[in-house]
Design a binder for this molecule. Sequence first.
Ligand SMILES: Cc1cc2nc3c(=O)[nH]c(=O)nc-3n(C[C@H](O)[C@H](O)[C@H](O)COP(=O)(O)O)c2cc1C
Length: 109
Amino acid sequence: MPPTTVADPIAELVADRERARASTDPFTDLCILATADAAGAVSVRTIVLRDVGPQGVGLLISATSPKWGPLTAGRAECLLVWLSIRRQYRVRGRLESMPEARVAEYWRQ
Ligand SMILES: Cc1cc2nc3c(=O)[nH]c(=O)nc-3n(C[C@H](O)[C@H](O)[C@H](O)COP(=O)(O)O)c2cc1C
């Protein structure tokens, strides 16, 4: 099926995540992050979805990890898949640092 264009994809993603949660989908707090290094070698791994909201998708990634370089260079895509509602989202975009207070809160948890 070809990808659909929607007016506000983030709002739709947030709403779909709530629907998936209501269906007790086991993957609403996880995503798959794919990156490619400068030579084009691809890596994928599971990452916890920390925040999903109007600001986008929030992940906690160490700046010393091998995925950091590809992420900051824009060679990355994040896959959110909720089979219970037959939806997947492929997320690409601008990278921003999470506010320090938010990161500190996660570390406290
Ligand atoms: C359920 C699950 C959740 C994970 N969540 C995170 C996470 O939030 N952040 C993170 O950096 N790594 C997380 N990891 C570890 C990554 O999958 C990966 O192994 C690690 O970040 C090293 O990846 P890299 O060598 O490509 O940098 C998680 C692994 C699992 C299995």
